[in-house]
Design a protein around this ligand. Structure first.
Ligand SMILES: *Cc1c(COP(=O)(O)O)cnc(C)c1O
Length: 552
């Protein structure tokens, strides 16, 4: 065979590995078959254990061997490749399993999965509408839906999907920085400006401060109260002192649903404080207030729920928890901007994060040439690429979000979130009812429960308070930290053996008043499939673990 034909044969083979540009029913069926064969491979790994296939003892050996991998010399058939790819899911936690209460990781609905998959077929790029067409519409529509949901005016709000909740906060602080230090987009950050947030707020604020050139030392972490909300009585004097000394503020971050405990900051008070600072010190700018609502945003669906009539029929305890959260979440519209993770509490796959700005003009501050380029619709088109940090942006995020929002509607969201909260409340009821366990975040009303178990003879009515505040309890606290790690190991083993529920452990849900980390067992309910049986199993396994430890 002449040399110059070899590639053509290969090309012909390889073309079969692509979706056909013009419909060819036989090949289209082959494509669908390829997807379903991958799904079948993965589905075959499902079981009573909330893990796909066999859990690995440790992956470190495999990780070491990874350095030996090279690009194969020859092409491989799609069938073989798909088989190989499916294997990478072995050992994954099935977060949607009734026996999974691990972390704030979303469980994706089928329309959201299809929504995320469709753009991958045609590669729209949200950088501008020439390259994204109606996928840009999806971004605009989700922006409007989310705006209306939280109480922004969709006519004046703006939004953009970005690379995670971290990205939403980065957009916010960059805008806040431009407000505090006008011209710094161009001239660079030549002056300090601080970020105020609670100690329980997400650590991404520090990465952001570092990456923006502020330095993480410019993050001021204000202690939070027992309710895991920022202590306004400490934030106010700190902010006043800073401003009186001539300092600038790049932003206030109100955490609306902390990662570990679902603490909700008093956003209303924070905005009032910002307004007072502007008034009292005649500031030339309005410090930016961002709500990190990546977890809490979804509770907005209860803003107009009739808690009295309770048409969905939640239990009284659940209604109390939902309305308790709604008190603070219903104030979201007061924030200048907010972050939404559809992949956390929106039943969507990664990555689906929306940065929302109450005033879309604020996004202009990020434009590369603000005087020349209006934010939107230049020549009647959509060019978010003028201000986004990213250049290429995938359509997967907005399409996934649209899939879940359309599927569930407000009522579906209420039913699902309500159920998750109902299960969390059922767990708390049991933990509170037992003398050996104590709930730590009883004042937080989300789907996450932090709790500790104690050995026999400990008075769980008073121990938590003493551990939190009395330095003479340091030794006991540390011993009980270790005790709870042991409990966790037992509960985890049971889950792995198919006899229990996977929960998690946080090494430091918050510091004690004398500065020690407090370990907590953590149940984070995100799966629509979690049921009463799963909740009972958690308690049963924790109590069994106590017996086992006592018998050692
Ligand atoms: C998860 C989380 C973040 C970071 O979001 P990513 O989507 O993981 O980047 C920020 N803030 C809070 C409160 C979070 O829980």
């Amino acid at each position: 065979m002449p040399q110059n034909l070899r590639y053509k044969l290969l090309l012909e083979e390889l073309r079969k590995a692509f979706p056909q540009p013009v419909s060819d029913p036989i090949h289209d069926a082959y494509f669908v078959y390829s997807i379903s064969s991958a799904l079948n491979k993965v589905d075959a790994l499902k079981s009573q254990v909330p893990i796909l296939g066999e859990p690995a003892e440790s992956l470190s050996k495999e990780f070491e061997r990874a350095t030996e991998r090279r690009v194969p010399e020859q092409a491989t058939s799609p069938k073989e490749v798909i088989e190989k790819l499916a294997k990478y899911l072995e050992g994954m936690i099935v977060f949607g399993h009734p026996r999974s209460q691990v972390n704030v990781i979303g469980v994706s609905s089928i329309p959201s999965i299809v929504g995320a998959m469709l753009p991958t077929l045609y590669n729209p790029n949200l950088v501008w509408d020439e390259n994204s067409q109606r996928l840009a519409l999806a971004e605009l529509e989700v922006t409007a839906m989310a705006s209306a949901l939280v109480g922004y005016d969709p006519g004046t709000a703006g939004g953009v999907f970005t690379f995670g909740g971290t990205g939403t906060e980065l957009y916010a602080i960059r805008i806040g920085l431009e407000k505090a230090l006008p011209g710094s987009m161009k001239e660079g950050v030549r002056e300090d400006a601080v970020i105020f947030a609670s100690r329980q707020s997400h650590y991404c604020k520090s990465s952001i401060a570092s990456w923006l050139g502020l330095g993480s030392r410019n993050v001021v972490a204000i202690p939070s109260g027992r309710d895991n909300a920022i202590r306004m009585d400490l934030l106010e004097p700190a902010a006043r002192k800073h401003v009186e000394a001539g300092g600038k503020i790049a932003g206030f971050i109100a955490t609306m649903g902390t990662t570990d405990a679902f603490g909700l900051d008093d956003l209303e008070a924070m905005v009032a404080l910002r307004d007072a600072l502007v008034r009292d010190y005649h500031l030339a700018y309005r410090p930016h207030v961002h709500a990190d609502a990546v977890i809490g945003w979804a509770w907005s669906v209860f803003n107009d729920y009739d808690f009295e009539g309770n048409p969905l029929g939640f239990r009284p305890r659940t209604v109390r928890a939902l309305s308790g959260a709604s008190r603070r979440i219903s104030k979201l519209a007061l924030a200048d901007s907010l972050g939404i993770d559809f992949h956390k509490t929106g039943f969507c796959p990664y990555i689906s994060s929306l940065f929302l700005s109450r005033d879309r003009q604020d996004l202009n501050l990020l434009s590369r040439e603000p005087s020349l380029m209006p934010y939107l619709y230049q020549f009647g088109s959509y060019k978010p690429g003028i201000f986004t940090l990213e250049t290429s942006r995938s359509g997967c995020g907005p399409m996934a979000a649209l899939g879940s929002l359309e599927l569930l509607g407000k009522e579906g969201f209420r039913a699902l979130l309500g159920h998750l909260v109902e299960m969390a409340e059922a767990l708390r009821e049991q933990l509170e009812g037992h003398s050996a366990t104590a709930v730590l975040n009883g004042e937080n009303f989300g789907t996450v429960t932090l709790f500790r178990a104690y050995p026999g003879g400990v008075d769980t009515w008073t121990i938590v308070e003493k551990e939190r505040s009395d330095p003479s309890f340091r030794e006991k606290l540390l011993a009980h930290n270790e005790y709870n790690r042991q409990i966790y190991r037992h509960v985890h083993e049971e889950a792995m053996a198919g006899r229990g529920v996977m929960i998690s452990l946080t090494e430091n849900y918050r510091h004690t008043e004398y500065g020690e980390p407090m370990v907590a067992l953590k149940s984070f309910i995100t799966s629509p499939f979690v049921n009463e049986e799963g909740v009972e199993l958690v308690v049963k396994n924790v109590l069994e673990a106590r017996e086992k430890i006592a018998g050692q």
